[in-house]
Structure formats: C-alpha cells, structure tokens
Write a protein that binds this ligand. Structure first.
Ligand code: PLP
Length: 399
C-alpha cells in the first residue's frame, strides 16, 4: 500500500485483503496478449494451450463473428447511450431476441447486459410473498442474488436430489406459484441437471421450471438447444436464462426466454433491463452471427463432443480420477487443495493453462483441476495436454 490509511474503514478493508491472502484465496489475474483462443500467449511471452475458457465452440475469435461486429459498428454505431425503452432498441436487438426465442421454442426473449443481470432481474418482477422459489443448492451466484431480491418464500434442495425437491414441492402446496430454479449444468462438476425428472415433478405438483443454461446453450442436446433438449423436455421448461458470453462467441450479454406474458412483464418491471444500458450493436450482431452459424451447421458441436469423449477416455486411461459424465467440463479430481494448486502451476510451465479449484468454490476435500474442452482443440492439442498431465501427475505422485 502506497497510500496512508485515512480512516477505520480503510484498515478494515486492508484486514479483509490480508485475510484473503493468508487463507490462500487471493485471485491473481494472468494477462493474455492474444485473442481468446486455444493457443494463447501470456504477458511473460509464454505460449500455452488454453484448457480453461468457456469457449466451447471456439467462436471467440471466429471471423464471421468479428466481421459481423465490424459491420454493425459501421451500420449501427458504437453505443446506444440509452436504455432499451427510451431510445436504445435497434432492429438487430429485436431480431436477436426473436432468433433466440425461436431457437429455444419460446414465445419471446429479452436481452440483458449479462446473464448475471437476467437472473438478477428475473424473480422479483414475477413472484411475491404469495409464491415460493425452490432452488438447487449448487445454483449459480446470480440466481442466489436474484432470489434474495425477491419476496417469495425460499426453499433449497440438495444438488439434483429429487426426493428433496419433492419434499419442497409438498411443503409449498398452498402457495400461488411455485418456481423450481436450477442450473442446466453445474459448472464445477460438469453434471447435467435431471430436467426430465424435474419436469415430471413440476407437472405433478403444478410448479413452473426455470433453467439457467449458461454452460449448455449452443452445444448441449442434438441441436445445441441446451439441457432441456438434451433430456427431451424443451417444451416443459417455462423460463430459460442464458449467456452470450460463453459458447455463443464469448463477448457479452445475456437473455431470458419464456412465454410472451413473462417477457412482457420483465420488459415493464425487470430492474437490470429498465435501469441499465442497451447491449452494444456490435455485440448483438456477433451473437446473431453465432446463432446463424450454429443453426447452419452442427460441425462444431460434433467436434466438441468428439473431443470431449476422446479427452475423458484418454485421461481415464492415464489413471486420472475424472468426474464421470459427457460434458466438456472435465474435472480432474485431486481432493487436496495445495496439490491442485501445485499441479496447475506445473502444468502451466509445461504449456497447459488450467486452474485449480478448491474450497470455498468447491466443498472441502474436493479440490480439483477443472479442464474445459473446446471444438477448437485439435487431437494434437488434446494429446499434448494428456501427456503433460501424465508427466506432472507422475512427478506429484497422482498417477
Ligand atoms: C457464467 C454464468 C452466469 C453469468 O453469465 P454472464 O453472462 O457472464 O453474466 C450465470 N449463470 C451461470 C450458471 C453461469 O455459468
């Protein structure tokens, strides 16, 4: 610290920082000097293979998205300097909202600056103290925050535990509306929510289903329509929220897709929509190009699936403990926090960029390295990663 501390608050904040540091939880950001892609270069000049981006379809540096964004700068300018309802809605905004709604089989959709905002602004306009929200314990922070802003009665069930969910549904029978809220994919485990069972329970107990499909939109399911399509229950999902900041180009933006009644009410009442700037036209155009691209061809989706199967099998054959599943989030279980940290560090020096996750991001004793596969990885990239994992794993006594 170069500045003197003028008051008590400052020293309180400094203590908090020191606590974070001494708990070993201080996050340091590594600077990348290339575009986001599989082969990246970090500030120190190191060339590494990226295995920790949400760039599932490899669209983050795709020429079609970049040229769509450039064209939108020419046609629609840089920024809107307005919220949507004053003078911030351009033709591409409505076009993208319709594309998303059609893609997901919903009446309409509404864009936000991020999915964090979509979730933050979802619950409060729709539900009040006559209603109840039933939420999976492992739901994303933005769902938790969104629920906090809402007056509905709150219930939480253990991750993907259908008996616990049913108990919550039984306990809330007298409420006007019950909304089950779940991530479509749980991002630390790469597991897919059992939406078929959730939808069946919702039907039986006359509840609604909301799914946050950030780690699914664009690549999960036969046409990339997400976890609902994966489980064959797209028509049973009442509300979908998701992001444009992961598989769909990774720029930014989020959305909620639902019945026109829900979307209309959100446009009137959802605070992050009403009181925050309109999504920049370049972002909208690039996201539109991403939706057009994935609907024109399933090639990247197939490649991602193929890469994921190959990597999961090769890592298992190499003796690693992989959380089972089919999702391109592939957690390599190490259980011990310092080991996960050391292993990620050594992998980096071997040219493989991965991050260790440990408490409080995952439960105590469940430390891991979370790898994420992309359609942009080649077989050689995947083999290089497996080789590096094996080399470092042997050195650290993991395999
Ligand atoms: C990434 C993520 C978000 C936040 O999305 P942004 O568009 O980056 O704000 C919300 N929910 C889940 C489940 C996510 O994985």
């Amino acid at each position: 610290m170069t500045h003197p501390l003028p008051n008590k608050a400052q020293s309180h904040w400094l203590e908090a920082l020191e606590q974070i540091e001494s708990d070993g939880l201080y996050k340091r950001e590594r600077e990348i000097i290339t575009p986001q892609r599989v082969e990246i270069e970090t500030q120190g000049g190191q060339h590494v293979l990226n295995f920790c981006a949400n760039n599932y379809l490899g669209l983050a540096d795709h020429p079609d998205l970049i040229s769509a964004a450039k064209q939108a700068l020419d046609d629609y300018g840089f920024g809107l300097a307005s919220v949507r309802f004053i003078c911030g809605t351009q033709t591409p905004h409505r076009q993208l909202e319709k594309t998303i709604a059609d893609f997901l089989g919903q009446d309409d959709s509404i864009l936000y600056a991020a999915c964090f905002d979509a979730n933050g602004g979802l619950f409060e306009p729709l539900l009040d103290d006559q209603d109840a929200i039933i939420s999976d314990q492992l739901n994303h922070a933005s769902i938790i925050d969104g629920i906090r802003l809402c007056k509905a009665e709150r219930h939480r069930y253990a991750n993907a535990d259908m008996n616990a969910l049913e108990d919550c549904l039984k306990a809330t029978q007298k409420k006007r509306t019950r909304l089950i809220a779940t991530d479509g994919v749980f991002s630390m485990d790469g597991t897919i929510a059992p939406l078929d069972e959730i939808a069946a329970l919702a039907e039986r107990y006359d509840a609604l289903v909301m799914v946050d499909d950030c780690h699914a939109t664009g690549f999960l399911g036969p046409h990339g329509k997400g976890s609902g399509e994966h489980h064959g229950v797209m028509d049973k999902i009442d509300i979908v929220t998701s992001t444009l900041g992961k598989a769909m180009g990774g720029g930014m933006g989020g959305f909620t897709a639902a019945s026109s009644t829900v979307v209309d009410l959100l446009r009137q009442r959802s605070r992050p929509y009403l009181f925050s700037n309109s999504l920049a036209p370049a972002l909208v155009a690039a996201a539109q190009a991403a939706f057009d691209l994935i609907q024109a061809s399933g090639e990247r989706r197939a490649k991602l699936q193929h890469n994921t199967e190959f990597f999961r099998q090769a890592m298992t054959d190499a003796g690693f403990d992989i959380k089972p599943g089919t999702h391109p989030i592939v957690p390599v279980m190490l259980y011990d926090a310092p080991l996960a940290q050391a292993m990620a560090q050594e992998l980096l020096t071997e040219g493989i960029y991965v991050i260790g996750f440990f408490y409080p991001v995952v439960p105590k004793g469940e430390a891991r390295i979370r790898t994420q596969i992309s359609a942009a990885h080649t077989k050689a990239h995947l083999e290089q990663a497996v080789d590096a994992f094996t080399k470092v794993g042997k050195r650290l006594g993991v395999v």
